[in-house]
Design a protein around this ligand. Structure first.
Ligand code: AMP
Length: 375
């Protein structure tokens, strides 16, 4: 691929904070960005030269958007299949349609991962009630029943401890089909982010630990405090997935780690990821820069970190209410997403605290690191 020259335009589908931070990274590399989003006022549009505000199903608007950009990428991967096909017929779409299809559908995703030898929780498809009964009998309870499409931040899934819970989940979760997964009794949740160029070069960031509150990412610890062999195995899995997908772009791989160090992949996302925000401040090239480099054909530098980091998400009105205190606390690196309305559960920003490489503190130190000056 001939690298795109400065001045070229990157089309980004989706207008959220991932698009915003991608657009900032693109600008630093000399590119223009054009955002496509149904939102009238969006975090990404605030920092991009051009925005198309239209539905993801509006083919005329998609055609015009494609006419005006040199390459198309995503910060939101749930674009309808026909829209994706249309864009792919008009301009290079990176990552490609095949990867998006797999990551949009938990059944295709789990099947793909198992086919290439990547472990996941045991699972089965649930299209109807008879399959629900079969799968519930085949797997021990508890289990987790999820929608196969459009689930995020714990939405569209239910932990089931009894058969009655399974029936209840089947009644309430939409759209069908569903997927039933064995419950993984994990010690921690980690993720690995890997960038891959068209020439097959890859750069992967160190695995990080992710802690959730109310099913939403709360804190990321970089690097994950785990044995080196576990970290190496996790990295190997993420790189294998990227290679087998023939990824051109960025891929985040979320995994469970059990107390004995066994890994299983929970899900993959072919885009920048919330658990990679620490890279903005702790690495010479962030996940957003890697993403832009991969899709524009620029070389991928090693994904090294110069510092250890703790990243804290600011979710909903309660967290963002502390914005002034965050700004007043020495050592915190603030990132605001420019959203004016703070709804419960909405990601409003994040902050990062850096530590010299190799000195990420233990649990008590992390609490102290997140304490604000006027707390
Ligand atoms: P997901 O939407 O698949 O990312 O799941 C959201 C969260 O639910 C994960 O981060 C886990 O904390 C939990 N979870 C999902 N699947 C399982 C599972 N099979 N076993 C245990 N916990 C799970």
């Amino acid at each position: 691929m001939i690298p795109l020259a400065p001045g070229a335009t990157i089309g980004i589908i989706g207008g959220g904070q991932l698009g915003r931070m991608s657009a900032i990274a693109a600008a630093r590399l000399g590119y223009l960005t054009h955002i496509f989003t149904p939102e009238a006022s969006s975090p990404a549009a605030q920092v991009s030269g051009t925005t198309t505000v239209a539905e993801y199903t509006d083919h005329d608007a998609l055609r015009q958007f494609a006419d005006n950009v040199d390459v198309i990428t995503f910060e939101f991967e749930n674009l309808p299949a026909e829209s994706l096909d249309l864009l792919s017929s008009l301009k290079p779409v990176r990552p490609g349609a095949k990867i998006l299809r797999i990551s949009q559908d938990r059944l295709l995703e789990k099947q793909f991962l198992n086919d290439i030898g990547i472990p996941t929780a045991p699972w089965g498809p649930v299209h109807d009630e008879s399959e629900l009964v079969d799968e519930a009998q085949r797997h021990d309870l508890p289990c987790v029943i999820k929608t196969t499409r459009l689930g995020y931040d714990g939405k569209g899934q239910k932990l089931c401890r009894t058969e009655a819970d399974c029936c209840d989940a089947f009644e309430t979760l939409e759209p069908k089909p569903l997927i039933l997964e064995a419950f993984v009794d994990f010690h921690s949740e980690i993720s690995v982010i890997v960038a891959r160029g068209e020439n097959g070069d890859m750069s992967s960031f160190d695995p990080v630990e992710n802690r959730h509150k109310n099913h939403i990412l709360d804190v990321t610890l970089a690097p994950a405090p785990l044995p080196l062999e576990t970290l190496a195995e996790a990295t190997g899995m993420a790189r294998r997935i990227a290679e087998k997908l023939e990824l051109v772009g960025l891929l985040a791989v979320e995994m469970f780690v059990t107390a004995t160090g066994t890994l299983s992949v929970n899900e993959i996302a072919p885009r920048p990821h919330n658990s990679g925000h620490w890279t903005l401040d702790a690495c010479p090239a962030s996940q957003f820069e890697m993403h832009i480099r991969a899709i524009t054909g620029l070389p991928l530098p090693p994904a090294t970190r110069h510092s250890d980091a703790v990243m804290k998400n600011l979710v909903g009105p309660e967290d963002i209410a502390a914005w002034s205190a965050i700004l007043a606390t020495p050592g915190l690196i603030p990132h605001h997403y420019g959203k004016t309305e703070a709804r419960p559960g909405r990601k409003m920003g994040h902050f990062t605290r850096l530590f010299p490489r190799g000195s990420l503190p233990g649990a008590f130190g992390i609490d102290a690191a997140l304490t604000l000056s006027d707390d």
